[in-house]
Design a protein around this ligand. Structure first.
Ligand code: NAD
Ligand code: 89V
Length: 347
């Protein structure tokens, strides 16, 4: 079997979270992912990343693509810049990975996916919660049928961790907890229980110092008949804060899966229960408490680089992620109308 094709990777955006992307690509070098260039419109951040990872650095994406070989560009900037940057990649037929949320509005998300399709370019959304070791272990138990057909679930992401310290922009966003973290948990609900027929949502703003909602409670009916509750908050005041873990309970016809803090999974079936630690290891560049989220970046990048290299769509392709984003839109619509809403279907 010949040497697997190497893929040249360029990163745009070298800010807070991109540090995890940079380390993940460095780890994936031995698997054929070659980081060839970095870019940030802030020259100091561009230089810092270029020097740290030993690659040329740029302050303009188009210039980076003109002057270096890049097969797949990893866009780790904020959502207000994604449409412009994804368009540059699509027009050049270069593959793109875009951080979540794909864009501030549904219309922009659809425009990005439409444009990429028109240019027959490859697009994936860096929706990494489902790629974390813990969540993939839950999926494995579900797929093995150990608890039977899943019919009810609660997926809970509740914290009081000061997310505003690393991401101060969150305090000024027009839409917050659903668009920023709810989107991850809604994607997990689709991943475990399938597509959604309708949902109801109530939001709250419990922190007076921020602009938008910091708490959301969403109830969903899935096409399978299952019912799920998705909860997300940045305003919990709990002793044993599970940040950044998603805690969950999934009940099926013949058993249940419960994940508690510390990524501990209890599987119960036929009157027996098995407890297992399902999290991934600390890596040389990860640290508590962010390690769960950081490790998920490595697995997400590996999945996307592998699918790109094999000419296959990613599990969280642009098209797939529109189904998750449609739930974000439906949740905001339901919260403002206080009624149940059907998610829009993209053609
Ligand atoms: P940040 O503001 O710290 O970093 C963004 C960087 O992009 C900045 O350094 C900025 O200078 C640069 N930039 C902006 N426009 C640019 C352009 N046109 N060309 C080049 N560089 C440009 O933001 P962040 O907190 O790192 O968030 C980035 C994205 O990651 C957001 O979409 C956020 O939602 C997402 N995020 C995801 C996770 C996760 O996947 N679990 C966690 C945190 C943040
Ligand atoms: O993971 C994220 O998308 C971040 C969060 C604060 C939730 O960690 O924005």
């Amino acid at each position: 079997m010949g040497e697997r094709k190497q893929v040249a990777i360029g990163i745009v955006g070298c800010g807070f979270y991109a540090q995890n992307h940079l380390h993940a690509w460095a780890d994936l070098r031995r698997e054929g992912a070659l980081l060839t260039a970095v870019c940030d419109r802030d020259p100091d951040k561009a230089r810092a990343a270029g020097d740290k990872f030993g690659v040329p650095f740029f302050t303009d994406m188009a210039k980076m693509l003109d002057e270096t070989r890049v097969d797949l560009v990893d866009i780790a900037t904020r959502m207000d810049t994604h449409q412009e940057l994804a368009a540059i990649a699509a027009e050049r037929g270069i593959g793109a990975i875009v951080q979540k949320p794909l864009a501030p509005t549904w219309q922009e998300c659809v425009a990005i996916v439409d444009k990429t399709r028109r240019h027959n370019a490859w697009l994936a959304i860096h929706e990494n919660f489902r790629f974390s070791t813990g969540m993939r272990n839950v999926k494995k138990v579900l797929d093995q049928g150990t608890i039977g057909r899943p019919s009810w679930a609660r997926l809970s992401w509740r914290t009081g961790f000061d997310v505003y310290r690393g991401q101060p922009y969150l305090a000024e966003e027009k839409r917050l907890v659903i668009q920023d973290v709810g989107i991850h948990v809604l994607d997990l609900a689709r991943y475990f229980l399938g597509e959604v027929e309708h949902l109801s949502c109530e939001t709250q703003k419990r922190n007076p110092n921020i602009r938008a909602e910091d708490t959301a409670t969403i109830m969903m009916r899935h096409a399978s008949g299952a019912v799920s509750v998705v909860e997300a908050t940045y305003a919990a005041r709990r002793g044993d804060d599970p940040f950044p873990e998603t805690l969950l309970e999934i009940e099926g016809d013949s058993g249940s899966i419960i994940v508690t803090k510390g990524e501990k999974m209890t599987v119960s079936t036929q009157g027996l229960s098995f407890v297992e630690a399902i999290g991934g290891p600390l890596l040389s560049w990860t640290s508590r408490p962010w390690h769960v989220s950081q490790e998920a970046v490595l697995h997400t990048n590996r999945h996307m680089f592998g699918r790109f290299r094999d000419g296959l769509p990613a599990d969280t392709s642009g098209e797939d992620n529109l189904k998750t984003y449609a739930l974000v839109e439906a949740a905001y619509e339901s919260a403002s109308a206080h009624k149940s809403v059907k998610p829009v279907l993209w053609k």
